[in-house]
Design a protein around this ligand. Structure first.
Ligand code: COI
Length: 352
């Protein structure tokens, strides 16, 4: 695919403090931009990272036709840079796009453009354990029109940012039983910007109480567990791993979630994808059988949960260093990403 590239005169890569990489604080030298006009994707461009100029009447600002993805590139122990499962994020992006009446972004732009961008900015991919280059593809409606109708013009962009750990200690989670993130027939399964907007006030409220995030429950009974604000959720109940199933259309089909399920099953561990109620989690807790709880996501990777607050009760998990299952899967997925074990699933796509 033809990509027009204009490079920066001098890289800023050496300005990043490799000993203190904070999520979302610095952005690499270049970004990718491609516009969809008159039903056709225009030639993508890789240009120096910087501000963009748009009309105040641009549709997405008013009506929120805007979606995104999260992907990561790693520098392995051989010094090679590879992106984790970018085609799967492209598929999920297009599922979000369909629901928001936006065009599909073809693989040659989403994955091909991403590979070129990451190859060009490969000096920005950290090589310390636990670090990566976070890749943020996103698309928004750019019609200059404030009437309410699906837009006709769209902009797809990719920016990248060096990332360390998203959570630097086990998280404290508030089981949300007042606000609602998603309901059947809605957009809960998409990475629409609006899903995150709706979570900001509840997030502020639980942060003020000392919690890191909400665990969302269903919108009808507040009984079935959905997902955490930044990640999917898993519980180890006895010797089984359980995670909410995707059938209701209210939960994001996480790529990390899918990878964890595959790796655990291959290891011979029982994984159940099914509806789970908060009462079931509580029953296992009081039987002493709630062994581990963790979130999975691109940014968060595998994030242990220290405690869950629900309806006046705090469920405290055992110390994380005693956990067998999530510590194993966290190490194994890291070993695949850093090239320490064979990538039998062909999840790593090398950029050069
Ligand atoms: C990700 O894990 O990539 C996400 O999109 C979650 C969050 C940073 C918004």
């Amino acid at each position: 695919m033809n990509i027009l590239t204009s490079k920066v005169e001098a890289s800023r890569a050496n300005e990043v403090d490799a000993t203190n990489i904070q999520f979302g604080k610095s952005y690499s030298d270049h970004m990718l931009v491609a516009d969809y006009i008159d039903g056709v994707w225009q030639t993508p461009q890789i240009i120096p990272y910087g501000n963009i100029s748009i009309s105040p009447a641009t549709t997405f600002i008013h009506y929120g036709q805007s979606i995104f993805e999260g992907v990561k590139a790693y520098k392995n122990i051989h010094g090679e840079v590879a992106i984790f499962r970018p085609k799967d994020n492209n598929k999920r992006f297009n599922i979000s796009a369909e629901r928001l009446a936006m065009p599909h972004v073809p693989e040659e732009i989403f994955v091909g453009g991403m590979k070129e961008l990451v190859a060009l900015d490969s000096d920005w991919v950290p090589n310390q354990d636990g670090c990566s280059l976070y890749i943020r593809p996103f698309m928004f409606a750019i019609d200059e029109f404030i009437g309410v109708k699906p837009a006709e013009k769209f902009r797809f962009m990719i920016i990248t940012s060096p990332a360390g750990q998203y959570y630097n200690k086990p998280t404290k989670i508030y089981v949300q039983d007042k606000y609602v993130r998603a309901f059947p027939g809605g957009i809960g399964f998409t990475k629409a910007a609006g899903n995150y907007a709706a979570c900001m006030l509840p997030m502020l409220e639980v942060k003020a109480l000392g919690y890191d995030q909400n665990l969302w429950t269903d919108g009808i009974e507040h009984k079935y567990i959905h997902e955490i604000g930044t990640m999917n959720v898993f519980f180890v109940l006895g010797d089984k791993v359980v995670t909410p199933d995707l059938s209701g259309g209210t939960i994001l089909a996480g790529v990390t979630r899918d990878s964890v399920i595959k790796l655990l099953k291959e290891k011979g561990i029982t994984v159940e994808e099914r509806p789970i109620t908060i009462d079931e989690i509580r029953e296992y807790y009081y039987k002493g059988e709630l062994k581990e709880a963790f979130g999975t996501g691109t940014a968060a990777v595998i994030a242990p949960i220290a405690e869950l607050y629900y309806d006046g009760q705090t469920l405290e998990l055992p110390p994380v260093d005693e956990w067998q299952i999530s510590n194993w899967v966290a190490k194994h997925i890291a070993d695949i990403r850093y090239g320490k074990v064979e990538d039998t699933h062909h999840w790593m796509m090398k950029v050069k």
